[in-house]
Design a protein around this ligand. Structure first.
Ligand code: M6R
Length: 605
C-alpha cells in the first residue's frame, strides 16, 4: 500500500531509487516518482502508471545526485494521475515529500494553509506536508527542527520521507505505517519494506511509531518528535537477496507456488520431533499458554482463511476458539478478556485492520500473539508472543506460500496450546499428524508435478462464475480458492460451506458455473450430496480429492491430491486451487503479480 524508498550516499541515486521502487511495486502501482537533491535544486519527476511503465522515462528525465526519495502509489485520496503522484512539493520546490498512509486531519490543515494563501495542485492528503514543512523552514533554526514541527501537526498514519533543497539529508518519520532503514558501509537506504534494498544490505533498523530519523552521509540519527535521541538497534535480516527475484519463473506467484516445499521445510525446521511426538516452538516453551480460557484469531483475507483453519484445528482438541475478520473485530463489544489469547495471523505484520484488532484486544487485557512472516514487522513487535512462519519473502500480491506456512505454523501451535490449555484433549493421532507434516513438502511436490489444473483452467476459463464448496477444514480452503480465483482472474467466484449452497446460492448454478468441491478431511458425505444437487442443475463438478475413482459417477473432472492425514488434505487441495487460479489468470492475460486495484500490504483501514 504505497512503497517508499530513499537513499543517501548510494553509488548512483536515481538507478538505486528505481530499483527499490521496482522491488516495492507489489505495494502499489498506480503511479511512480522520484526526487533528487543534487546541489543545484531538487529534481522531481513523477508519472501515472506502474514503475515498470514509467521507469525508462524517469531514469532519462531525472538528474542524479547524492540524496533522493521515491514512491510507488496505491491511491487513497484522488485518482491515479500525474499530479496526484508522489513526490509532492511546496510552491517553491524547496521541499519534496513521499508518504504512505492517511493523514486524518489533512482537510483542516489544508484549509488553514489555503487561508494563508498556499495554492494546492493535487487532491492528495499528502500535499499538506511539503507546504507545512516549507512554512516551518522559514522560522526554525534548521531543517531537522522544521521537519519535527511538521510531523507534530499530523494526525493519522504515516511513513514519510522528505528532501530539502541544499540539504544532503533525508528526513523521515513513522507512525502506524512501516519504515525501515538499511545500513551499509557508506550508504543508507530507507524503505517501506526490506526487499526494497535487500540487494545492497541485510542490516536494518526498524523504526518505531513516533520515531523521526535523519539520514545523512555516514550517519543515521533516530530521535523523538521533541528531538530527544533514541537508540535503535541494527538487526540482521536473514532473507536471501536471491529470493526477491523471479528466477526462471514467468511470475512471482508461480515461483511462490512452486517453492512451497522449500518454504514448508523452513517452517518446520527444528520445530517438530516426530519420534518424541513433540513440537519445539522457540519462544513458546511448554506452559507458555497455561491459564487462558479461549483463543481468538484476528486476520484479513487469505490470513483469515488460515486463521479459520487454525480455529477448526483447535476445536478438534477441545479448545474454545473463534476466528474473527480483523476489520470487524472492534465493532464487537470487546469479545476478549484477560483470560483470552488473541492470535493475529498476518503475512506482512503490517495490515492496519489486524493491528487495530490487536490493539483492541490488548486494551481489553488479552494476551496477544502474532503469527507472521516478517521479522521486525509491527505485529511482531507489538505482540506479547511471536511465531514466525519462515516462508521467505512473498512478492506476488496473491498470497500463496504464506497461507501454506501459516496453516502449518498454526498446526504446530495447536499442539502447544493443547498441551497447555487445562481442558484441552491433545490429539491421540498426533504421531500420524507429525509424520504427515514431515512428508508434506514432498506431497506438495507431488501435486506440483502431476497437476491437471492447467487443463481444467483451459476447459472452464470462459464460464460465467466459479463456486467452491467444502465442510469443516475444507471450508476455509473453499473460501481461499474463491478469493484467489477472483483476485487474479477478475471472474466471479464464491466460496461456501457445502450445505449453504441450497439456501440461496443454488439459484445461480447453471451449466456455465463449474463447482469445485473439496472432498478432503473427515466430513465429506454432505459435500458429495450438495455437489450432486448442483450437478442435477447442470453444473460441471470438479472434485478435489485423494480418491477420484471412488466418485466417477459424480465428477466431471478431478484434481487429485496424495493421501495424507485428514488435517492436512485441505492444504494439498489448496495447492491445486492455487494452480487453477494461476493458469486461468494467465490464459486471460491478467496482471497476475499485481492484480488491478490491489496491493500486497494494506496499511490503511
Ligand atoms: O499481510 P496480511 O496477511 O495481513 O494480509 C492480509 C490480506 O490483505 C491478504 O491476505 C490478501 O487477502 C491477499 N492479497 C490475498 O491473496
Amino acid at each position: 500500500m504505497c512503497g517508499i524508498i530513499a537513499c543517501v550516499g548510494a553509488d548512483s541515486t536515481v538507478p538505486t531509487l528505481l530499483n527499490g521502487l521496482q522491488n516495492l511495486e507489489y505495494r502499489g502501482y498506480d503511479s511512480a516518482g522520484v526526487a533528487v537533491e543534487n546541489g543545484s535544486g531538487l529534481s522531481v519527476y513523477k508519472r501515472a502508471g506502474s514503475v515498470s511503465d514509467v521507469r525508462d522515462e524517469l531514469s532519462q528525465m531525472t538528474d542524479d545526485g547524492d540524496v533522493g526519495i521515491g514512491h510507488t502509489r496505491w491511491s487513497t485520496h484522488g485518482p491515479p494521475t500525474d499530479v496526484n503522484a508522489h513526490p509532492h512539493t511546496d510552491e517553491d520546490d524547496e521541499v519534496a515529500v513521499v508518504h504512505n498512509g492517511v493523514i486524518d486531519n489533512y482537510q483542516s490543515l489544508r484549509a488553514e494553509l489555503e487561508d494563508r494563501g498556499v495554492e494546492f495542485t493535487s487532491d492528495t492528503d499528502t500535499e499538506v506536508v511539503p507546504h507545512l514543512f516549507s512554512e516551518h523552514l522559514e522560522h526554525c533554526p534548521d531543517a531537522e527542527t522544521a521537519f519535527r514541527r511538521t510531523v507534530e501537526a499530523l494526525d493519522g498514519s504515516y511513513a514519510i520521507a522528505a528532501v530539502v533543497d541544499g540539504e544532503e539529508a533525508v528526513y523521515a518519520a513513522r507512525n502506524g505505517t512501516p519504515l525501515v532503514v538499511g545500513v551499509d558501509d557508506d550508504s543508507y537506504y530507507l524503505a517501506s519494506d526490506v526487499p526494497a534494498f535487500l540487494e545492497y544490505t541485510q542490516d536494518v533498523v526498524f523504526l518505531e511509531d513516533e520515531d523521526v530519523a535523519v539520514v545523512r552521509p555516514g550517519d543515521v540519527a533516530t530521535l523523538s518528535v521533541n528531538g530527544e535521541p533514541i537508540d535503535r538497534e541494527v538487526e540482521h535480516v536473514d532473507w536471501d537477496p536471491q529470493e526477491t527475484g523471479k528466477g526462471a519463473y514467468e511470475h512471482f506467484m508461480l515461483k511462490e507456488i512452486h517453492t512451497q516445499p522449500t518454504a514448508l521445510t523452513q517452517t518446520l525446521e527444528g520445530r517438530l520431533d516426530v519420534d518424541e511426538e513433540t513440537v519445539d516452538l522457540e519462544g513458546f516453551p511448554p506452559g507458555t499458554f497455561e491459564g487462558y480460557d479461549d483463543v481468538q484469531f484476528v486476520a484479513c483475507g487469505t490470513s483469515y482463511h488460515a486463521a479459520l483453519y487454525g480455529s477448526k484445528l483447535l476445536d478438534d482438541v477441545g479448545i474454545d476458539s473463534t476466528a474473527y475478520r480483523a476489520n470487524e473485530y472492534d465493532t464487537s463489544s470487546s469479545p476478549a478478556s484477560e483470560d483470552s489469547l488473541v492470535v493475529a495471523v498476518t503475512q506482512s505484520g503490517e495490515t492496519a485492520d489486524t493491528l487495530t484488532a490487536m490493539r483492541h484486544a490488548a486494551d481489553a487485557g488479552a494476551t496477544t500473539a502474532a503469527v507472521t512472516n516478517v521479522v521486525g514487522s509491527t505485529a511482531a513487535r507489538n505482540a506479547d508472543h511471536t511465531l514466525f512462519i519462515r516462508a521467505g519473502p512473498e512478492i506476488g500480491v496473491a498470497a500463496t506460500k504464506t497461507f501454506t506456512s501459516q496453516v502449518v505454523s498454526l498446526t504446530l501451535l495447536s499442539r502447544r496450546l493443547a498441551e497447555d490449555f487445562p481442558d484441552a484433549e491433545p490429539r491421540e493421532d498426533f504421531d500420524e499428524l507429525a509424520a504427515a507434516l514431515r512428508q508434506l513438502p514432498e506431497d506438495v511436490e507431488t501435486v506440483l508435478d502431476g497437476s491437471e489444473a492447467a487443463r481444467l483452467a483451459d476447459r472452464y476459463v470462459n464460464d460465467e462464475a466459479f463456486f467452491f464448496i467444502g465442510r469443516n477444514l475444507g471450508f476455509p480452503v473453499a473460501m481461499e480458492g474463491a478469493l484467489k480465483f477472483k483476485e487474479i482472474t477478475y471472474q466471479h467466484a464464491e466460496g461456501f460451506t457445502s450445505g449453504r449452497l441450497k439456501h440461496g446460492p443454488l439459484a445461480m448454478v447453471t451449466p456455465s458455473t463449474p463447482l469445485f468441491a473439496l472432498v478432503t478431511g473427515r466430513h465429506n458425505e454432505k459435500t458429495l450430496t450438495n455437489a450432486k444437487e448442483a450437478k442435477s442443475r447442470g453444473a460441471p463438478i470438479v472434485l478435489v480429492t485423494a480418491d477420484p475413482e471412488e466418485h466417477d459417477d459424480l465428477a466431471d473432472e478431478a484434481l487429485r491430491i496424495p493421501e495424507t492425514h485428514p488435517a492436512l488434505e485441505g492444504l494439498l487441495a489448496n495447492v491445486q486451487l492455487q494452480l487453477l487460479s494461476y493458469h486461468a489468470a494467465d490464459m486471460l492475460g491478467r496482471s497476475i503479480d499485481k492484480p488491478r486495484n490491489l496491493a500486497k500490504s494494506v496499511t490503511v483501514e
